[in-house]
Design a protein around this ligand. Sequence first.
Ligand SMILES: [Zn+2]
Length: 466
Amino acid sequence: MAKRSPVRVVFLGGLGEIGRNCACVEVDGRIVVLDCGVMFPDPDMPGVDLVLPDFTYLRENAARVEAVVITHGHEDHVGGLAYLLRDLEVPIYGSELSLGLARNRIDEAGLAGRAQYVEVTDGERRSIGPCEVEFIPVTHSVPCSFALAFHTPQGVVLHSGDFKLDLEPVDGRRTDLARIGAISSDEGVALLLSDSTNAEEPGFTYSESTVGATMARVFAASTGRRVVVACFASHIHRVQQVMDAAVASGRKVATLGRSMAKNVDLAQRLGLLDVPAGALVEIEDIDRLRPGDVCVISTGSQGEPMSALSLMATGDNKWFQVTDGDVVVISAHPIPGNEWSVGRVIDELHRRGAEVVHSGSEAVHVSGHARQGELRTLLAVARPKAFVPVHGSTATSSTTPSSPGGWASRRTRSSCARTVTSCVSMRRGCIGTAPCPPATCTWTGRWVTSVTECFETAASSPRRAS
Ligand SMILES: [Zn+2]
């Protein structure tokens, strides 16, 4: 029998870190690049605007690179394309929206002529380079996201993409677990690469549709006042729900920030955003409206220094001056590393007299990433032979369950607690990021599934008399 070609998976970024997701799937020396994102710089990187994947391997093997396939349109998955295309000219495969979002950046970089876009649809299977790639719908915080199944000579390599199992998504498009189950039954999954962002969070992530009810409540409580909502410009479902709540409370909506205006326009053209006739107004026209008739949807939810919200906070925004009584909703959670910037923006907004609503005070945000219950469900359905947690810090990657009932065996700290008992006894010396196996807490007898929970249990429970 002929020997089957080996398959290599090479990571150029996105392992043990949040951002710059980029990997290569390589068969018979032919390379397909899987995502190409950027990472926000850490506070200890002064003067650095963006951090890119290490493209050295791709530059040195440019002739062997056949294509780029993208899971979804977030910056940490497509933002690096505008840099990669300077060195390579290859087709880019993705959903119409993902390609549209990537294209904005590529055009801005003056590389429009070097990009060739190939649109794919839900469930489509394409022959790309050395293997067949299947695009499986998943729910996430940007519409039209995919998990990718690479059908290779060594079996199926399944990449979850960024995903959650939202049973009531705003657009009704659910994660196609049935297809993943069918692949598992028919061919088997040789390797699963799974999102591990929320691997330390027990339970299930709330549905995106729950944010709509909170928004309606916030708008109802803000009668007679201007409302600004900051969120990711690519989060079209969030934008939709903000618009719905604004229009239902009799407001007009203006966008603020270049990417927000572009993405609203793109999503409308693709039929992904439903804007009632007459609801949108230009930002320069909002001063003609009564305060209670105004809603502004803005960029800057991560406290980025030159974003619309940051400029609002410092009083430098040309279009919107924050005044007493304005309500500013930050409908996002800071990406790790951005907490300080977001905190500073919140402080400045308060100083200017705004009421600030954020995820710590109201349920104005839910994550786009799966928690432990969903990660276990994916593992139970996919039943992979091998497993690599991706898209997370070293801590979350290590905490990701490697089987539906178990946990990854890799440890991040040599002193990691092996049991809850030893964890509790070590809690003063442990930073709380190392994974513990699930166990029964010796103090309370309760089932404990994470180090964090173990700490909370230990802190709040009196020690049992021995
Ligand atoms: Zn994402």
